[in-house]
Design a protein around this ligand. Sequence first.
Ligand code: NAD
Length: 467
Amino acid sequence: MKAQVLPSVDIVSVFNQQKAYQYTQRITTARERIDQLRKLQKGLGTIQYELIEAMSKDLERPVFETVVFEHLGLIKIIDETCENLEKWMEPEIKPSSIKSDANIEIRYESRGVVLIIGPWNFPFLLVLEPLVAAIAAGNTVIAKPSEMTPNVSKVVKNLISSVFEPKFVAVIEGGIPETTELLALPFDHIFFTGSPTIGKIVMAAAAKNLTSVTLELGGKNPFIVDAEANLEKAAQTLIHKTTINAGQLCLSPDYGLIHHSQVTQFVALARKAIKKMYYSEGKYAEQDSSKIINQKNYNRLKSLFGDAVEKGATIVAGGIFDDQKLRIEPTLLTKVAPNSKILEEEIFGPIFPILTYDTIWEAIEYVNSKPKPLALYLFSDIEENTENVIKMTSSGGVCINEAFVHALDYRLPFGGVNNSGVGSYHGKFGFMELSHAKSIFYDQSKEADTMMAPPFEGKLEQLTNAQ
Ligand code: NAD
């Protein structure tokens, strides 16, 4: 039998402080929560340089991607939340549908004490973005950033401790032991971003306390190009979106399904796009790309690539690995054997296998033979193909003639389905995910309703006659 994990005194102390403080936070007004979010936003304004430096140490991330995705993106999310929060918090009150002298109300109350566990690939944004939603919904929060990006984890810790008291928002740093200790506590909600494998551990731990969960997971995102698609746009989009953060992105296109009649031209255009985006005078411009996070993941990617090539894949672009710098040049593979490991596990790197198909139904069948992905991308101008793909496949989200951008539009819920996730957030959906929609029934009659109470004789007839 496994020994029970006991949380450390420090972790239990923060948790208990938050348990006691949660009701103070729950009754805050929209104005007060907006003030808290603006305080966080002000703090963000002071750490941009620190964040760029930490991101550069942990991931060698280009400054552009750090600023755009992790910093400016977050500032915009806070603006959007502050502008709409009052409206989101408004209770919905209407007449009851079952009784003339009663009203009903749906009130969004905080869940309580929320645990946020973040991944390493967007180690700042993916802790702070759920935090914004959790604060908006009136919760207290313990956040656990990824141990794989220790410099960014420090920035998160320093930022949070400079703007909030630990009884409201606290950061616990650490890896598996600390996360396991946290997971042993009866949180009111757990918001986890990471892999499906660890998502299952989180969900099993949550089940012990029947804690609700949001699981933002990953998977293999198909990129389908049909017989009449705009190939130039498709190829450029693919190369851009599959190499952001060196492909270490949950929304990265993971494999291509290109109509057999288009594949030669598509590959030529994709090679051209790689050259334009990543090469200057024939030399790989590594300043515009991140490195692979660590040796373990680099070895994993090298082995996926090696396995595919060994089984007959053709390298049509890239295939150049720098063992010292942990860098991989954007790589395209064709003629990949169906039993290649690269077609089984999430790649999470700048290597892209291209498969072909004859009819759109064949592509749909292939997608449906895999676990449900986080996103599906289709390049098509044929309405029938678009509708069939949307209707007959299941994925967290879909982009038609684009990739990744659906996650940036805050009017859309963002999340996976089954293997790629449980629940969703962004904008109002995040507020709702981190709230409990409480049903309230206000009865205004003076007398008890005995219509449904015994004795039942004659009541069924009365009820049916009244219908
Ligand atoms: P991961 O699952 O390895 O780790 C995530 C978190 O879980 C980390 O904080 C880590 O400390 C903790 N953890 C790791 N092992 C654990 C264990 N045994 N017990 C308890 N906690 C543990 O994920 P990752 O490698 O950091 O991130 C990559 C994965 O995340 C990819 O699958 C990617 O697709 C996914 N992801 C999803 C989204 C999304 O929004 N859907 C965003 C980013 C990343």
